[in-house]
Each structure stands twice: as structure tokens, then as C-alpha cells.
Design a protein around this ligand. Structure first.
Ligand code: SF4
Ligand code: F3S
Length: 97
């Protein structure tokens, strides 16, 4: 499955959600999560994220390995998100759009 990692935190640009063919993004308060049992690894979302927060679990940088379990735990608890919304653009988010 694909994983949403640290760069999403406090950013939530949500460009990713509109391209997902199976609507498997879920919205937490500070970041989004991908439901690992629903993601079909199409990779459509990867280039859409302005802060490069989305990785296939096999390509996830070591320091973000914890996000595999976090996505699996949090996605089922959160509401699905399928439409783009205003980003948080918090202090930890340094992308330019
Ligand atoms: Fe959705 Fe494809 Fe991204 Fe998985 S890889 S979250 S199916 S857009
Ligand atoms: Fe997060 Fe990037 Fe999507 S910042 S909301 S993974 S476009």
C-alpha cells in the first residue's frame, strides 16, 4: 500500500484525494491517512502532493517507518475525504504552491 508520511503533517494540501480512484484517503486533524486495505497502488497520488508526503511502503524513508502502522490505525477511525479543501500550511510545512 501507499503511505502518507511526515511531510503531510500540518499541511494537508489535499491535492492527493481528488485523483484516488478508490477514495481511500481519510482525514485526521493534522494529516491524511491512506487505508492500506483499500489502496490499489496505482501511484496516481504520488506526484500530486506538493510536499512529497506519499510513498509506497517499500520506498518509505527509514525515519518514517512508523507511519505504516499509523496510517493503518488511523484511516479506519477517520472520515473519508474526496474533495480538495483549504490546506493548513502550518509552520512545519515549507512547500511553495
Ligand atoms: Fe489512491 Fe492510488 Fe494513491 Fe493508493 S496509490 S492512495 S489507490 S491514488
Ligand atoms: Fe497531505 Fe500531500 Fe495529500 S500534504 S493531504 S499527502 S497532497
Amino acid at each position: 500500500a501507499h503511505i502518507v508520511a511526515e511531510p503531510c503533517f500540518d499541511c494537508k494540501y489535499t491535492d492527493c484525494v481528488v485523483v484516488c480512484p478508490v477514495d481511500c484517503f481519510y482525514e485526521g486533524a493534522q494529516m491524511l491517512f491512506i487505508h492500506p486495505e483499500e489502496c490499489i497502488d496505482c501511484e496516481a497520488c504520488v506526484p500530486e502532493c506538493p510536499v512529497e508526503a506519499i510513498f509506497h511502503e517499500d520506498n518509505l524513508p527509514d525515519e518514517w517507518k512508523e507511519f505504516v502502522a499509523l496510517n493503518a490505525e488511523e484511516a479506519p477511525k477517520c472520515p473519508v475525504i474526496t474533495e480538495k479543501k483549504a490546506p493548513l500550511e502550518g509552520p512545519s510545512c515549507n512547500a511553495k504552491k
